[in-house]
Design a protein around this ligand. Sequence first.
Ligand code: GLU
Length: 518
Amino acid sequence: MEQRKVRVRFAPSPTGALHMGGMRTALYNYLFAKQHGGDFILRIEDTDSNRFVPGAEEYIIECLKWCGVMPDEGVDENGKVVETPSEKHPHAPYRQSQRKPLYRQYAEELVKNGFAYYAFDTPEEIDAVRKEYEATGRTFIYNHTNRMNFKTSLNMDQSEVERRLREENHWTVRFKNPQDRVIKMHDLIRGDIEMNTSTLDDKVLWKAADQLPTYHLANIVDDHLMEVTHVIRGEEWLPSLPLHYMLYEAFGWQDTQPEFAHLSLLLKPDGKGKLSKRDGDRLGFPVFPLRWTAPSGEVSRGYREDGYYPEAFVNLIALLGWNPGIEQELFSLEELTKLFALERVIKSGARFNPDKAKWFNQEYLRRRTDKQLAQEFRPLLREHGIRDEQFSDCYVETVVSLIKERAHFVNEFWDLSSFFFEAPSEYDSAAKKKHWKEEMIPAVKEVAALVIASDDFSAEHLEHLIHNHIEQNALPMGKIMNMLRISLVGASKGPGVANIIALIGKEEFERRINKALC
Ligand code: GLU
């Protein structure tokens, strides 16, 4: 058989924010497509109008953009879902709600060929039967065991069927799930899988009420029409796989049926259960790539707004479930594209570790130059009222070089370095209580005078000067250094005292010392 061009799709339903697990699905699809020189398609699966959430589609595309994994097909340069076919987007529209007229014929074809049937019971009538089952302790499955008790085209005259199709508007097309058939399937991550159809229900494929297909029909038809070769999606879809296999068979599309890979779940940090937004809120980390405001007004934090670099976020989600088989942990998108292999995606759930997530960002932060970091720091400085012209780039770069080792995020820089930009307005009481000794003030003043008299204001020289003086006069090093630090910083934190003095300069040093010691 001729080798087909690899085509994969990310097919989210716009029902809310994209979970980081969903973003990982998109990433793996992207990596797989790029690795094989194939196409990465975006398709919006919005046939369930009850679950549609305004803004979710734009949000999903923004997430893809932020992570640098924009689809080749389905979205235009402006980040809009493509609605009219063109050479680059031949299968438009890529929003299923806009493909509505297309699906009915496929549902009808299945009925005509005996793979599906019309079902006329209303949801209320079916619900009543379900309740009856439950009242007698039985589980209700709509399938071969009971389908003949319902009003369907399987047990009705053709003329009656036609009348109902014309006059009623709540009928559905259901798949006629075979009895006791073993479906043999293959998953690229999980290997061979078998399932007996007897436990499955006759899934609804199309609904007259809204003239729309359900997920199953639309998904299969579109994957076929869009020539998708590999379906990489979350494991919550694994139970649907037998139906999907049977649909490919019923349509006679087995030759071009895609290969499947179902990705395991992301697990809570303690490994017990699926990672949810509530875990994030409880343990203080985001589960969405970007901040999300729900229609209720509830705001959820995002990796981007929390200060993560997209490269770090991509790196960390790539490794949640994929084991590269080597020691290396930091990978650029290009490296991931080269190394990624579905065969090395783990079958079990991947436990999320929020500390490790921060570690990734710290590593990416450390790989940036001081110049880059200083530029990233500027907006934060402005937010704190520090104008660009007050401090040179060189100054900000030196500050950054002194504090960056301690930071996981640029948004921590202000707390780590505010004293380089403004004098402390107050002194931390705990630090003062612990380290401030009135009887040491004359000794500290002596050191300060020595510093002020120095012409050489380099950190090395000042360090030498201060230490020598303290040692030669047998003064308590720790006490003096702590008091100097509190005077300059306002707290017991920050890089080396000599570095601070060298950078803020003589005048500012003198001002701060005078204020603190008087
Ligand atoms: N619309 C489905 C979802 O939201 C897509 C599943 C699939 O990729 O087949 O997850």
